[in-house]
Design a protein around this ligand. Structure first.
Ligand code: 6R9
Length: 655
C-alpha cells in the first residue's frame, strides 16, 4: 500500500471535547458553518467586518477589494495604519505591564519583556534606523539570531514604513548577498554571532563575506548586535554596534502611517527555478490574516502562553512570532536554541517551566523527538497545554497520535495548519473547538478561504481523486507580487491555463468523502526537507558552480525524520571517482553546497556517474533518478533512454 493510500484510509476521528468546544472562540460546527455562510453570502463584507474588528486603522478604509488589475489584488487600499502600532501601542493602556516576550536563550537563561518595555526598545531602535537615513519604502535586511532583537528589528522596520527582508541565520554568504542585492537593501542588521545548541555561528563574518562578494553597494550601514563576547574579526566604517546606535535615542517614535497596500516585508522562498522568489506582503491584509488565525486556529485567550518554535527567518516565524501573537496582545515564548540541546527533553521542560498553553511546531521536530526520547514528555508536567499545532509538511498519522497522546495527554486538539510563505497566514486547518480532526489531514479550509482540487484543465476532481490544490478567491493576506518580477508572479501563481483566475499553490492534494483535505506533496521541483522548502535547481546550480562538476541532478527521497532527504547525482569533469576518492570528493561537495546555500541544502547522499539518464532529446529523466534514490528497481519503460546502462551504475554508487 502506498503512503497516499494509507493516509486516505485513516478513519480515526477526534472531535473536540465538550469542555473545549463550549469555551472555544468558534464553537462547534454550527459556529464554523455560520462563518462560512457569512463569507459565502457577502465575501467582501465578511472580510471588511473582520478587518474593522481586529485591526486598528488610523484612517478607515472605504474600499474592501480592488480586483481591477487582477491578479494584482488590493485589499483595504484607502485605509491607513501601522503594524507596529497595532502590535504594541494599542496594547499599552490595558496591557502595558503584561509580558509580551519570554525569551529563553540557548543556555536556558530567561529574559522577560513587557509590552511597555518592548515599545521602548522598538521606538529607540526605530529612531536609530532613522538616524542612519532609513525611511519609508527603504529595504532593511535582517540576518540575526532568533531572539528579542530580531523581533525588535522587524517591528522597528514596520514602525518607520521600511520593508524588511529577514534572511535565516543558517543561510550562507552567497544566499545573503543575493538577497541583499535583489532588494537593494540600505541597511543590514546582524549580530556578531548566534548561539544554537551550544555552538557559535559567525553571522558577522558571513555578512562581511557576503558584502565582499560584490553587488551590495546599496548598503550604507551594517548594524551589529552583540550577542556574545567574541570580538568581530573585521570592523570598518560600514559597521555600527546596535548598543551604540540606540544609546541616547528617545524611547518614543511616532509611527509612519502607511497605506494598507504598502509592502511590510519581502521573504525569499524557493521555487522551481534556480533563483529564489522575493515574496512581497502587504501591511493591512497581512496583519488581518495573522490576527484572525490567532483567534480561530489557535483559539487565543487572554491568559494563554503561546509558543511557536519557528525561527523568524521563515514565514511561520513572521506570522506566529513577530506579528500574530503581538498583534493580539499575547504572551509568547521566543526560544533561541534547538529542541535537542542539552537533551531531547528541552521542549517539554520549557512547556512545564513557562506553563505554555499553545504549542506550535513542525512534524520533523516531532519525529526526531520521538526517536530521541519518546517517553521523555512523561517526565514533565504538560497539563498547561490546551492546543497543539503543526506546520510545514504533512504529518504522518503515527507521529500525530504520539503528539496527541504523549504530549497532549489525549486532551488537546491538534491543529494541522496548511499554508505557505505566499499565503501569509494559515489557510486550511481545523478550528479546534469545531472541526473534528483526523490524523494526517489539515481538514477544512478556514471561513472565507475558498479552495478546490482541480485537474490540468482546471475542472474540480471527484473526492478520492488527487489533483492540484488551488484557491479560488483572493484573500487579504495573500502574496502581492514577487519583488522585481511581477511577470513571474503571474505565471507561477495565476497561470494562464486557469485563465489567470485560480491561485495555484504548487501542492497536490486529495479530498475524502467528508470534504477533508490531505496534502500529498509538491507538484514542482521543490523539496521539503525538515519543513524547509528547497529548490532542486538551486542545489543543482550550486553543485555545477563547483570547478570539479560537469553536471548535476538533484531529487528527493523519503526520510524518516526530515520528511525528504536530498540526493544528488553528479558527473565530474574528470574521471568518475571510486572508493576513498569518491568519499573525499563527496565530502568536498557537501561542504561546497553548505557554503553556497547553507547547511540545510547539503545533499544527504551523492551518487557519481559517467553520465545521467537522458532522453534522446537530452532531458534528464528525474523520474528514474527518484526511483534509484529510493533504492527501487526500475520497472518503467526506459526505451526512450539514450544510455540505459547508466542506471545500473548510478544504482550502485551511493555514498
Ligand atoms: C508555512 C510554510 C509551504 C509548503 C506547502 C506545502 C508544505 C506546509 C503543511 C504542508 C502538508 C501542512 N506544507 N504546511 N504540507 N501539511 N500542514 O511551511 O511555508 O515554507 O512556504 O512551505 O510546505 O508543500 O506548499 P513554506
Amino acid at each position: 500500500m502506498s503512503a497516499i493510500d494509507s493516509v486516505l484510509k485513516e478513519t480515526r476521528l477526534f472531535p473536540p471535547s465538550d469542555e473545549f468546544r463550549t469555551k472555544a472562540n468558534v464553537s462547534g460546527m454550527e459556529g464554523y458553518n455560520a462563518l462560512c455562510e457569512k463569507a459565502n453570502n457577502d465575501y467582501e463584507g465578511f472580510w471588511a467586518e473582520l478587518a474593522r474588528e481586529l485591526v486598528t486603522w488610523k484612517k478607515p478604509f472605504t474600499k474592501t477589494l480592488n480586483d481591477s488589475n487582477a491578479p494584482a489584488y488590493k485589499w483595504f487600499e484607502d485605509g491607513e495604519l501601522n503594524v507596529s502600532y497595532n502590535c504594541i501601542d494599542r496594547h499599552l493602556e490595558a496591557r502595558g505591564n503584561k509580558t509580551a516576550i519570554i525569551f529563553e536563550a540557548d543556555d536556558g537563561s530567561v529574559t522577560k519583556v513587557t509590552y511597555r518595555e518592548l515599545y521602548e526598545r522598538v521606538c529607540a531602535f526605530a529612531n536609530g534606523l532613522k538616524s542612519l537615513g532609513v525611511s519609508k519604502g527603504d529595504r532593511v535586511v535582517i540576518y540575526m539570531p532568533h531572539g528579542i532583537e530580531a523581533v525588535v528589528a522587524m517591528q522597528a522596520s514596520a514602525r518607520i514604513g521600511a520593508i524588511h527582508s529577514v534572511v535565516f541565520g543558517g543561510f550562507s554568504a552567497g544566499a545573503l548577498r543575493d538577497r541583499i542585492a535583489d532588494a537593494q537593501a540600505k541597511v543590514v542588521i546582524t549580530a556578531n554571532q548566534s548561539v544554537r545548541g551550544g555552538k557559535a555561528v559567525p553571522l558577522k563574518a558571513t555578512t562581511d563575506e557576503a558584502v565582499a562578494l560584490g553587488g551590495c553597494e546599496s548598503v550604507s550601514k551594517i548594524v551589529v548586535y552583540q550577542r556574545t563576547d567574541a570580538a568581530p574579526e573585521q570592523w570598518s566604517d560600514l559597521n555600527i554596534w546596535w548598543h551604540d546606535l540606540v544609546a541616547g535615542q528617545p524611547a518614543d517614535c511616532e509611527p509612519e502611517w502607511v497605506d494598507a497596500e504598502h509592502p511590510l516585508f519581502i521573504l525569499y522562498t524557493s521555487g522551481s527555478t534556480g533563483k529564489p522568489k522575493g515574496i512581497q506582503h502587504s501591511t493591512g491584509g497581512y496583519l488581518l490574516g495573522s490576527q484572525v488565525t490567532m483567534q480561530w486556529v489557535f483559539d487565543y485567550k487572554e491568559n494563554d502562553v503561546f509558543w511557536c518554535t519557528a525561527d523568524v527567518g521563515w514565514i511561520t516565524g513572521h506570522s506566529y512570532v513577530a506579528y500574530g501573537p503581538l498583534g493580539i496582545g499575547a504572551t509568547q515564548i521566543v526560544f533561541e536554541g534547538v529542541p535537542t540541546f542539552p537533551d531531547a527533553g528541552r521542549f517539554w521542560q520549557m512547556i512545564e517551566k513557562h506553563k505554555v498553553t499553545t504549542f506550535y511546531t513542525a512534524p520533523t521536530a516531532i519525529r526526531s523527538l520521538i526517536k530521541l526520547g519518546g517517553d521523555l514528555p512523561k517526565q514533565y508536567d504538560l497539563s498547561s497545554l490546551r492546543v497543539l499545532g503543526t506546520v510545514g509538511e504533512p504529518i504522518n498519522p503515527e507521529a500525530w497520535i504520539w503528539y496527541h497522546e504523549v504530549v497532549g495527554g489525549g486532551r488537546c486538539p491538534i491543529v494541522d495548519t496548511w499554508w505557505q510563505t505566499e499565503t501569509g497566514a494559515n489557510m486550511i486547518a481545523p478550528l479546534p473547538g469545531a472541526v473534528a480532526t483526523k490524523p494526517g489531514s489539515c481538514t477544512l479550509p478556514l471561513p472565507g478561504i475558498i479552495v478546490d482540487i482541480v485537474d490540468e484543465s482546471g475542472a474540480p476532481v471527484e473526492p478520492g481523486k488527487g489533483g492540484f490544490l488551488v484557491i479560488k478567491k483572493p484573500w487579504p493576506s495573500m502574496v502581492r507580487t514577487i519583488w522585481n518580477d511581477p511577470d513571474r508572479f503571474k505565471k507561477t501563481y495565476f497561470p494562464e491555463e486557469y485563465n489567470s483566475k485560480l491561485y495555484l499553490a504548487g501542492d497536490s492534494a486529495n479530498r475524502d468523502e467528508n470534504g477533508y483535505i490531505w496534502i500529498m506533496g509538491r507538484i514542482d521541483d521543490v523539496l521539503n526537507v525538515s519543513g524547509h522548502r528547497l529548490g532542486t535547481m538551486e542545489i543543482e546550480s550550486a553543485l555545477v558552480a563547483n570547478p570539479l562538476v560537469a553536471e548535476a541532478a538533484v531529487v528527493g527521497k523519503p526520510h524518516e525524520i526530515k520528511g525528504e532527504a536530498v540526493v544528488a547525482f553528479v558527473v565530474l569533469k574528470g574521471e568518475r571517482p571510486e572508493g576513498e576518492d569518491a568519499k573525499k570528493i563527496a565530502k568536498e561537495l557537501r561542504e561546497w553546497v553548505a557554503h553556497e546555500i547553507g547547511k540545510i541544502a547539503q545533499p544527504d547522499e551523492i551518487r557519481f556517474g559517467d553520465n545521467l539518464p537522458k532522453t534522446r532529446s537530452g532531458k534528464i529523466m528525474r523520474r528514474l533518478l527518484r526511483d534509484i534514490a529510493k533504492g527501487q528497481s526500475i520497472t518503467q519503460d526506459t526505451s526512450t533512454l539514450e544510455n540505459p546502462a547508466i542506471l545500473d551504475q548510478l544504482a550502485k554508487s551511493a555514498i
